[in-house]
Design a protein around this ligand. Structure first.
Ligand code: SAM
Length: 253
């Protein structure tokens, strides 16, 4: 009706923006990777995508807001790491630069036996993550609001503390390796979701990986990207990671 008053929501919590249930194609793609979801998992993943969409109205968390695309590029892509975490028998896992919770939050939802740390430098994003894991009842995830360069030098709580380190879309490998490898215990795994440039990034990061005592053991193509698998046979030299900003400003070479 022309001239009808417009109603504005003044609630402090964001309005729910509905997301349809998981598409069959995504269920099938997950099943082909050996990932079977129960209905509780699917509901919580959907609730997570709804929270992400709603929060994205307030501040930028993701450029992908079409629901079908969110299921593939956020949920399916994150869960490509499940078989790697399962075969590594990882219990303690950290997601470095998790942003709105990717890939760590979907992984925590479908793998209740892992303990997931979501590490994020931006306060607003960390606050969104804490609200969301509380609302969804994801008790096996915790949020750490800190820079990777600082947490990676915290010998008591984080450094060499994790069986596996995961990350997606944080930096090129020559920078990202310095931000992630220090968190892995000796013999631990680093699983990085990358795009089609993965092989070029590996070539560019050769010297950085050598200096960090890490090596590439697999480049695994999935339907949505490429997983770079690093192994850390020996401790990371104490000087890495360098001071905040240095890994990006002056990548190791
Ligand atoms: N991993 C998420 C994804 O795939 O959607 C977020 C990607 S977003 C492009 C990169 C995120 O990494 C941002 O939220 C940023 O704040 C965070 N980040 C970048 N450098 C970081 C650092 N040194 N320590 C912690 N977080 C960092």
């Amino acid at each position: 009706m022309p001239g009808a008053p417009r109603h504005h929501l003044h609630s402090t919590s964001a309005p729910v923006i509905p997301v349809p249930p998981i598409p069959d194609a995504v269920t099938q793609a997950l099943s082909a990777m050996g990932v079977e979801l129960d209905s509780g998992d699917a509901d919580r993943l959907r609730g997570y995508l709804e929270a992400l969409r709603a929060a994205n109205e307030r501040f930028n968390l993701t450029a992908i807001t079409d629901p079908a695309e969110m299921w593939v590029r956020h949920v399916q892509d994150s869960l490509t790491l499940v078989p790697f975490l399962a075969s590594a028998e990882a219990k303690r896992v950290i997601d470095v630069g998790t942003g709105g919770g990717l890939p760590g939050l979907p992984l925590a939802i479908v793998m209740p036996d892992i303990r997931m740390t979501l590490l994020e430098a931006t306060g607003k994003k960390a606050a969104f993550l804490q609200e969301t894991i509380d609302a969804l009842g994801v008790t096996n995830a915790r949020v750490v609001h800190e820079r990777a360069e600082v947490a990676g030098q915290d010998h008591h709580q984080h450094r060499a503390h994790y069986d596996a380190v995961v990350a997606r879309a944080v930096a090129r490998l020559n920078t990202l390796a310095e931000l992630t490898v220090p968190f892995a215990r000796e013999g631990g795994a680093v699983l990085l979701i990358k795009g089609s440039q993965a092989a070029e990034e590996v070539a560019e990061a050769k010297q950085a990986l050598y200096m960090l005592h890490a090596q590439v053991v697999d480049l695994h193509k999935t339907d949505t990207g490429t997983i770079i698998v690093l192994e850390k046979p020996r401790a990371t030299p104490r000087s890495y990671p360098r001071a905040p900003g240095e890994p990006k400003r002056k990548p190791l070479k």
